[in-house]
Design a binder for this molecule. Structure first.
Ligand code: ADP
Ligand code: MG
Ligand code: MG
Length: 906
């Protein structure tokens, strides 16, 4: 039969999957010979069985009995024994720590009889009743599901009646009275008395921990943290040790370094005469480790040496729970501690400095997400601020601006030089312009994968979403929270790192890490205090190591010279995607209209010729900004009607004009074109290479502009390196046709100008058919660039804009997605297409250059996949470049690690 129960002496820190984090580390500490109260762990497998079958596996009860008996024999006491009871804690502990999500019950084994035995054996009546009232409280809350308020109210009343403020001031009699009251509460809530049989308490508590895996808040937490729902939790049964046995007892938490700032040195809080969560619950003021060293030097010394031992063993920041029972130290938990982004970088660099870890290991200790967090401007925490509401921290950053309630106002106010916060109930694709114009986006509805959140993250816009306390009324241009009304123009400050929304201005500061990334080390260190300098130096150290280690090159998705320059400062090694559609917007829109409306070849040529010099000038600037580095220009991709007026608006305009008897000939012509080009599924319509094949001269004009810009740069002594990329290719023939045309134009320009031009011509792989026929397409391509956004849309058969708002939340809820496939590449499906294309493409054309230019190129997890599948580069928005650099370095190390275990060539 499966082994569902492991003694603490049996496991170790690497068995987190089976024993959960807490259990695995308790076993590890036991193995290290540290003072851990004896106990055993019920595996996550038992939990999974229980959740699947709705009942505990029958073998589990038997195995618990045997483990319990062994424990009783070891400590020489029996669970709930009337004379001298063994008490245990029943503690949840999943693979990934989920702070505050699941519960623990202490003092299991106490009942009306054994409480007296405990009093006698300990010689402390008060302690015994304190323990019993704690058991009923925790059991009542966790196992029975009674509101905690029901227990805290009588406690507060009792304290008031006795004229004391702290529960440690209540006497044994007081606590005895409370126990009676608590038992009544249980009786009333369940219709049954508080369970008196110790083994019933134990079994029920184990089931309750299993059940706590599936509470709403646990599910929600897992969704946010991307923890799979099917792992289950382990349960740890641990001999109780008592911090509530008087003033020479107590309980505490400590860290081997400061997890908030990363400052070197131990940090801890201690509470005398207390148990369990009292320390973090903030019921009394805690003491520092220095205070402990004064009151109990022996225990403090011992704790210090355990901390050092643990840090040496784990070679990382450790987070520790301990209890002192009458001068004896007990270790109750340790884990590699969670930390802020700042602490992660500082500690990693410190540990390298102390030669406790290697540079490679240090790089594994930090993440791209953490780096991204360090790059956002920050609210000045010391500034005065007034909290309006709290929502989800959807996209980090600190944004201040005037509240606006629609996209158009955001655009106009922004154009007038004002900073605005776009406040919407929820956003939809129509809000995009407003989101781009806004400094930050605030919504009252929707989760972290809502349109607002996803889009804001994608473009690095600060966003707080789902701030449900805010009632947004776009109609009247107001937002309300209780009596507070926010009108259009009122200043809001939103913190995308914490989800906080403030009324009024809060000052922000540029993050020192941003200064470092954009302006270099000296600039960042110039005004830095010691802590900041340590942080900046740590980022520098780790990023440099990542650059030295990574195989993937990192390019930018940049359409303008400004973006290109910024990207270059941030470390871009070229442009992987220059979209050309923005070059047709604004004033130039009419030129596209002329092209679309052209009735003769001559008119068409004229329209194209008007566009060429404008395009050429754009490219010249871009090539200059990226001199010496590759610039991949994508030929026009979106459907033409995107450049034309809205169909409904135009028909209304025509109708009204006709009514008034005005001349409508031009508008009618335009309307006819709009109608001709109207598509019900534009995403799957006339766009990309199809446009190039259907609209004569369009792509040739773009290619000519690229070639002539190259010539201009070369003549100016520059080193332009253009690459031309054809979007939405599905067949080899499409690419052949465009390629022939393109090669012809380049050759013609080269001959005319007498300049040698070498412009690789490649294709995007963004349709399943392209991926599946990559071997054939490769024959006509100099490079592949995976367009993972369209590839995701076409592989799944849904359009991002249409479905994100409609059902993504439900899909995340139901576990179909653990994360939006537009955020992190769907490795299983879309990744398979990429793998096939990479394999077939490089078989057909060894050495074929391949990269990715979807937003996934800046997503940490996806970067790891792109490394593993063997791409040459990733390309992402400029501000994600440092993230991609770091993650590409981490990916290279991860692969080396596994490779080390697998003999043979990679
Ligand atoms: P969490 O995962 O929420 O930290 P724990 O299982 O660690 O929950 O327990 C909650 C509190 O009870 C912690 O402060 C822990 O140190 C304390 N505790 C757990 N087991 C025991 C025990 N056997 N003896 C004394 N205190 C315990
Ligand atoms: Mg704990
Ligand atoms: Mg595309």
């Amino acid at each position: 039969m499966p082994k569902y129960v492991y003694d603490f002496t049996e496991g170790g820190k690497d068995e987190k999957d089976l024993l959960g984090g807490k259990g695995a580390n308790l076993a590890e500490m036991t193995r290290l010979g540290l003072p851990v109260p004896p106990g055993f762990t019920v595996t996550t497998e038992a939990c999974r069985r229980y959740l699947a079958d709705g009942a505990v596996p029958p073998e589990l009860r038997v195995q618990v009995t045997r483990a319990l008996r062994a424990l009783e024999d070891q400590v020489g006491r029996r669970l709930g024994d009337p004379a001298d009871p063994l008490l245990v804690s029943v503690r949840s502990g999943a693979r990934f720590s989920m702070p505050g999500m699941m519960e623990t019950v202490l003092n299991v084994g106490l009942n009306d009889v054994s409480v007296r035995g405990l009093a006698a054996a300990s010689g402390d009546e008060r302690f015994a009743w304190d323990s019993y009232r704690r058991l009923i409280t925790m059991f009542g809350k966790t196992v029975i599901g009674i509101d905690g308020e029901m227990f805290s109210a009588p406690m507060d009343a009792m304290k008031r009646a006795r004229g004391v403020t702290q529960d440690s001031d209540l006497t044994a009699e007081d606590l005895g009275e409370l126990v009676e009251a608590y038992k009544k509460i249980v009786q009333e809530a369940t219709g049954r008395p508080f369970p008196q049989r110790p083994r019933d308490q134990l079994d029920q508590a184990i089931n309750a921990v299993f059940d706590s895996w599936n509470t709403d808040r646990a599910r929600l937490y897992r969704r946010r943290e991307r923890i799979p729902h099917n792992l289950g939790t382990a349960v740890n049964i641990c001999t109780m040790v008592f911090g509530n046995l008087g003033s020479n007892s107590g309980t505490g938490v400590c860290f081997t370094r400061d997890p908030a700032t990363g400052k070197q040195g131990e940090y801890g809080d201690y509470l005398p005469n207390a148990q369990g969560e009292d320390v973090v619950a903030g019921i009394r003021n805690t003491l520092s480790l220095a205070d402990l060293a004064e009151s109990d030097p022996k225990s403090a010394r011992q704790l210090h040496s355990v901390m050092r031992r643990l840090e040496t063993h784990y070679r990382d920041l450790c987070d520790i729970e301990f209890t002192i029972e009458r001068g004896t130290l007990w270790m109750l938990q340790t884990r590699v501690g969670k930390r802020t982004a700042e602490a992660a970088f500082r500690i990693a660099a410190q540990l390298v400095d102390e030669q406790l870890i290697t540079m490679d290991e240090a790089l594994q200790r930090v993440t791209g997400e953490q780096l991204a967090r360090l790059m956002f401007p920050q609210f000045d925490k010391s500034a005065a601020r007034s909290l309006l509401a709290t929502g989800l921290a959807a996209s980090p950053g600190a944004a201040v601006g005037a509240a606006v309630f629609d996209s158009a106002t955001a655009v106009t106010r922004h154009a007038a030089g004002e900073s605005v916060i776009l406040v919407r109930r929820e956003t939809n694709p129509d809000d995009l312009e407003g989101m781009i114009a806004a400094a930050g986006v605030l919504t009252s509805r929707g989760g972290k994968t809502s349109h607002a959140a996803v889009v804001a993250r994608g473009m690095g816009r600060t966003c707080v979403c789902g701030a449900e306390a805010i009632d947004v009324d776009a109609e009247s241009r107001t937002a309300r929270v209780g009596d507070t009304v926010v009108n259009e123009g009122d200043v809001l400050a939103i913190d995308g790192t914490t989800g906080e929304v403030f009324l009024g201005d809060v000052s922000v500061t540029t993050s020192p890490v941003s200064t470092y990334l954009e302006e270099g080390l000296d600039a960042a260190l110039a005004e830095a205090d010691a802590d900041t300098a340590e942080l900046v130096n740590a980022v520098h150290l780790l990023l440099q190591h990542a650059d030295a280690t990574r195989r993937l090159a990192v390019r930018a998705n940049a359409d303008t010279a400004d973006d290109a320059a910024r990207a270059r400062r941030l470390g871009a090694q070229g442009i992987g995607l220059c979209r050309t559609e923005h070059m047709f917007l604004g004033d130039r829109r009419v030129l596209i209209e002329h092209l679309i409306l052209a009735e003769s070849a001559a008119a068409r040529t004229a329209a194209l010729e008007a566009l060429t010099p404008l395009q050429r000038a754009d490219f010249v600037e871009l090539f200059e900004a990226m001199d010496g580095l590759p610039v991949t220009v994508r030929l026009l991709d979106p459907p033409l009607h995107e450049f034309l007026p809205d169909r409904t608006e135009l028909s209304v305009r025509v109708a009204v004009a006709r009514e008034r008897g005005e001349d409508t000939a031009a508008d009618e012509k335009l309307l006819a074109a709009v109608e001709r080009l109207h598509e019900s599924n534009p995403m799957l319509g006339l766009r990309g290479v199809r446009l190039g094949l259907v609209v004569p001269g369009l792509f040739a004009m773009q290619v000519r502009a690229v070639a002539e810009a190259m010539v201009e740069r070369i003549r100016a002594g520059g080193d332009p390196r253009a690459e031309i990329m054809v979007p939405l290719v599905g067949s080899r023939m499409e690419l052949h046709l465009i390629r022939d045309e393109t090669d012809g134009v380049v050759a013609e320009v080269a001959a005319r100008e007498n300049v040698e031009l070498d412009i690789p011509i490649g294709t995007m792989i963004e349709l399943p058919r392209a991926a599946l026929t990559a071997g054939r397409i490769a024959e006509a391509a100099d490079f592949f660039s995976f367009g993972t956004n369209d590839l995701t849309q076409t592989a799944w058969g849904f359009s991002r804009d249409d479905v994100e708002a409609a059902f993504f939340a439900a899909y995340l809820d139901k576990g179909v997605f653990t994360v939006s496939p537009f955020e992190t590449l769907d490795v299983i499906g879309v990744g398979r297409l990429i793998r096939i294309a990479v394999e077939e493409g490089s078989r057909a054309k060894p050495g074929l250059k391949m990269g990715v230019c979807g937003e996934h190129g800046g997503d940490p997890e996806s970067v790891h996949f792109f490394h593993e599948v063997g791409l040459d580069y990733v390309s992402c928005s400029p501000f994600r470049i440092p993230v991609a650099r770091l993650e590409a370095g981490r990916a290279a190390i991860a692969q080396d690690d596994t490779a080390a275990g697998l003999a043979g060539p990679r």
